[in-house]
Write a protein that binds this ligand. Structure first.
Ligand code: HEM
Length: 480
């Protein structure tokens, strides 16, 4: 058995009784062990993620199943059968760290691939689209999903006020209130990059891509009633399910595909391929399967690994890059900024975040909690004459043609907010439509009448039956 020590390794003689003047106290300030214990306890909390605070993570492997070297020069995708270690964190979005896994919400699907060219983070969701197409609206939108500033309660009025004034939310909110808004667990849902990214091959050609992770466990969802019950019976049901499955050797797996669009086709395509509120119809860009993802190991310590994990869409590797999607551009800033606040400036050195497939060489030094060798005696500047690391042109990207005058363009101009929402409504069949409209009416009924009316016009524009069905459930009529 090991000996209990202080933080600095001194053996502790008594961990049950404080040092006191006489059996009834008071206590002595020289009881350093007591003071250290209380002081460290006071510092156990770090800020939770401002969104996606509740989550569960696991390690696994990504394996290439098809030759994709014609589209990307990424080293981890260079050969069929090649394997890369991953860490994946699932999450809900709006709730706090202790909120119920069964809440109606999108689910986060954040994958970190520890490649030999550095970490590649794919920070996606279980939905192929998002509520917005301009990052300027993200903080306002999230405020409507969180708690009312006066009551500290969830606020359907704020939520539907924002939705009804922001019709670009129609597609994603149709998914959110469908059966897929309450997955049976993290194993039983798909993942998506949602955004368009780019792949670049060795010849310097660029392709626009969207990622799809299809669950091999099958899609399974909770009904609204089951989700409500689950939130009470087991608020951690998805966390528990993931951990137990991996512990039992029942390793969850996903088939990984891309949709792929040659760079030149983007301008002429019927929809803006960089609009995050839209999918690319599979008839236009079919799925190309190229890999599999298997989760096979639970973290040993939740805080050290899952809570301290930090994913960023800006973390890409040569052969993979960004797109002009405005939302993605906003995210490229937001994540590392959040990490520096949440974890401190040296968060990249934490074991779960540091690259495992390659060394790190740069000139960054010092800072709070620098707990590695801090670069030792190596040069901390460039250029230098002493063999410090240098840039590599092999990692450069082909130039990206952009054009246009700098302005604040109305992101609604020329963008149809309704067609894909209506198409999804028609696709899911009558029973699922009924549940979707029940779920929406249940929530929208809590908003004032003028907001209900404004929102009904959007459902009507997506599909007259969608609008009429929700209106009827609210005891209102809407001309078909
Ligand atoms: C987490 C910002 C849109 C997926 C976060 C965090 C921030 C953030 C600040 C917390 C990061 C941390 O503390 O580690 C934004 C902004 C967005 C946006 C500004 C839009 C402009 C999206 C979209 C997706 C997404 C469109 C999915 C396609 C995620 C996921 C996490 C996350 C999965 C949790 C990552 C983890 O497990 O640690 N987001 N987000 N976000 N976001 Fe976003």
């Amino acid at each position: 058995m090991s000996v209990l020590t202080t933080s600095f390794g001194q053996p502790v003689a008594d961990n049950q009784n404080s040092l006191s003047a006489g059996p009834r106290g008071p206590l002595l300030l020289q009881d350093f062990h007591l003071i250290e214990k209380l002081a460290h306890f006071n510092r156990e909390r770090i800020p939770e993620r401002v969104v996606h605070a509740k989550g569960a993570g696991a390690y696994g492997v990504f394996r290439v199943t098809r030759d994709v070297t014609g589209w990307t020069k990424a080293a981890f995708l260079a050969a069929v059968g090649k394997e890369t270690p991953v860490f994946l964190r699932f999450s809900t979005v709006g709730g706090e760290k202790g909120s119920a896994d069964a809440d109606r919400d999108p689910r986060g699907f954040a994958v970190k691939l520890y490649t030999e060219e550095g970490n590649y983070d794919l920070v996606g969701n279980n939905t192929p689209v998002f509520f917005l197409r301009d990052p300027l609206k993200f903080p306002d939108f999230i405020h409507t999903q969180k708690r009312n500033p006066a009551t500290n309660l969830k606020d359907p009025t704020a939520m539907w006020d924002f939705f009804s004034l922001s019709p670009e939310t129609m597609h994603q909110l149709t998914i959110l209130f469908s059966d897929r808004g309450t997955p049976r667990g993290y194993r039983h849902m798909d993942g998506f990059s949602s955004h368009t990214f780019s792949w670049i091959n060795a010849a310097g050609e660029r392709f626009w891509v969207k990622y799809h992770f299809k669950t091999r466990q099958g899609i399974q969802n909770l009904t609204a009633d089951q989700a409500t019950a689950m939130a009470g019976v087991d608020p951690d049901h998805a966390t528990r399910d993931l951990y137990a499955a991996i512990q039992d050797g029942d390793f969850p797996a996903w088939t990984v595909s891309i949709q792929i669009m040659p760079e030149a086709e983007a301008d002429a395509y019927a929809i803006n391929p960089f609009d995050l509120t839209k999918v690319w119809p599979h008839a236009d860009y079919p799925l190309v399967e190229f890999g599999e993802l298997i989760l096979n190991r639970n973290p040993e310590n939740f805080f050290a690994e899952t809570e301290q994990s930090a994913f960023s869409p800006a973390s890409v590797v040569p052969g993979i890059s960004f797109s002009p999607d405005k939302m993605l551009q906003g995210r490229l800033f937001a994540y590392a900024d959040a990490h520096r606040y949440r974890l401190g400036g040296n968060y990249a050195h934490l074991p779960v975040n540091r690259p495992q497939g390659c060394p790190v060489h740069n000139h960054q030094r010092d800072g709070a909690m620098r707990f590695d060798g801090n670069g030792g005696g190596a040069p901390n500047y460039e250029p230098n004459s002493f063999g410090g690391p240098t840039q590599s042109a092999a990692a450069s990207e082909p130039p990206l043609r952009i054009s246009g005058d700098a302005d604040r363009y109305n992101h609604r101009d020329g963008n149809d907010d309704y067609a894909q929402a209506g198409a999804l409504f028609r696709l899911i069949g009558e029973e699922a439509q009924a549940r979707l409209m029940d779920n929406i009416a249940g929530s929208l009924s809590k908003a004032p009448r003028f907001i209900q009316e404004r929102q009904l016009a959007h459902f009507h524009a997506a599909d007259p039956r969608y609008g009429a069905g929700i209106a009827a459930r609210l005891g209102m009529t809407l001309a078909a």
